[in-house]
Design a protein around this ligand. Structure first.
Ligand code: GDP
Length: 424
């Protein structure tokens, strides 16, 4: 059996979706292991353009079985809307090609309420949440106060579990935030509508994966966001609330003893970041606008303009180490075609120190970029399919990054389409 994780090396939006879409050809099963519908993977193929939020990107390939593992934040309401949108473009989704772990916790309507209420309370100090309820969801999961998808099969016990949770959660909603309380009837109506609709997809995906492993099936693990958003090792507290690292994939998928054979880290040819938090080398004004427009850098989930910066090799090397990447896919090289000189952040200056090590989050706030400039290539790369056909300056840019990251870059993409990929 071969298995591979596709992970983000930076702040997310690196182009993981297109890499999963490309590589699913060689895999039987694609698993989402963490996170929820708070990010978006954009995939462009023969069916059209898709912004997938919770569905694994393998859903767009026929014959691939897709799994939402125990580690995901299962938001049935959003998942069903996403399934409808994908089906409307001619993609079939059935319990044969989509399976949901019975151990995945349900993201309930109050999680979204609490996310918005807390951001509002924080005012100027907000985290920049997508308000999809992810932080309140994971807090509740670790407090052991969520409903597991498998409980949908035990209505009597579920009712009593819900009542216990309701009593507790209503205290927070009304007494901490002065918001409205939920009733058991509200929740039963919600579960009747959305829980019942996802129930046919819910099964013991851990057992399914173990069996698939015995039959030698190839499994691809699809992570959400990137290493710098990892709860334990990222730019805390501007991280997400789950572990975005490859090391978590075996746990979040339901194969805890698995050893990954391949870890493909996706890196964008420049840096982008959505939301708040330190972002070294951030560009502003017309320079930022030009890069943002060239790369169409607007959030797939929220449409928010992404913050942009030169490629940050300090953060990227840290991301490669955290992910344990065995290979790199470098995306969006075409976007830099308009630049005469391409800035790259090679070190940080923090006070009177210069360092190439990624610092503790509090230090990061004070870091200034040390830039080097590489030659631009000044032309359109979107039709280039072979390494030999890339202009020398573009090859030099890729080689420079490869040497700095000390990790091979066998994939370079020069356009969003499935075929716009250069294999080295
Ligand atoms: P993900 O969450 O990591 O999958 O990344 P997103 O889907 O949010 O962002 C990547 C965006 O870049 C999507 O709109 C892709 O279609 C697009 N994209 C991916 N690779 C390339 C590329 O090589 N060139 C260009 N121009 N766009 C790309």
């Amino acid at each position: 059996m071969s298995n591979c994780a596709i992970v983000g090396i930076n702040w997310g939006d690196e182009g993981k979706g297109r890499m999963v879409d490309l590589l699913t050809e060689d895999y039987d099963i694609v698993v989402r292991c963490q996170g929820g519908g708070n990010a978006g993977h954009t995939v462009i193929n023969e069916f059209g353009k898709f912004a997938l939020h919770l569905l694994p990107s393998g859903i767009l390939r026929s014959g691939v079985v897709n799994i939402l593992g125990n580690g995901v934040a299962l938001d049935p309401e959003n998942l069903l809307a996403e399934m409808e949108a994908v089906r409307a473009k001619g993609v079939e989704i059935t319990p044969e090609n989509l399976k949901i772990s019975d151990r995945a916790s349900l993201l309930l309507p109050w999680h979204r309420d609490l996310d918005a209420l807390e951001e509002q309370r924080l005012g100027d100090k907000k985290y920049g949440s997508t308000k999809q309820g992810i932080a309140p969801f994971y807090s509740d999961k670790y407090q052991k106060k969520t409903i597991l998808a498998g409980e949908l099969f035990y209505p009597q016990e579920l009712r009593s579990h819900l009542e216990d949770l309701l009593e507790w959660k209503d205290l927070t909603l009304t007494r901490v935030y002065g918001s409205r309380a939920y009733t058991a009837d509200d929740l039963e109506a919600w579960l009747g509508k959305y829980g019942e609709a996802v129930k046919p997809f819910v099964c013991d995906t851990g057992a399914y994966l173990r069996e698939a492993q015995e039959r030698g099936k190839n499994v691809l693990f699809e992570a959400q966001l990137g290493a710098l958003r990892d709860l334990d090792f990222g730019i805390y507290p501007y991280t997400t609330s789950s572990n975005t690292l490859a090391a978590y994939a075996p746990i979040g998928s339901g194969l805890p003893s698995l050893k990954l054979t391949e870890i493909i880290g996706v890196v964008k040819a420049y840096s982008t970041c959505v939301g708040e938090g330190p972002f070294v080398g951030e560009l502003s004004g017309p320079e930022a606008d030009k890069l943002r427009e060239a790369g169409a850098e607007y959030g797939a989930k929220t449409g928010r303009p992404r913050r942009v910066a030169p490629l940050d090799l300090v953060a990227t090397r840290y991301g490669v180490e955290l992910q344990g990447a065995t290979k790199i896919a470098l995306t969006k090289l075409d976007v830099l075609g308009y630049m005469e000189k391409i800035p790259v952040c090679v070190k940080y200056r923090i006070g009177d120190k210069v360092t190439d090590r990624f610092p503790f989050p509090t230090e990061l706030e004070k870091a200034e970029p040390v830039l080097e400039y590489l030659e631009g290539w000044g032309c359109d790369l979107s039709s280039v399919r072979r390494w030999e056909d890339l202009p020398k300056a573009a090859q030099d840019y890729v080689n420079f990054i490869e040497a700095a990251l000390r990790c091979p870059i066998p994939y370079v993409s020069g356009g969003p389409e499935r075929e716009s990929i250069i294999l080295r």
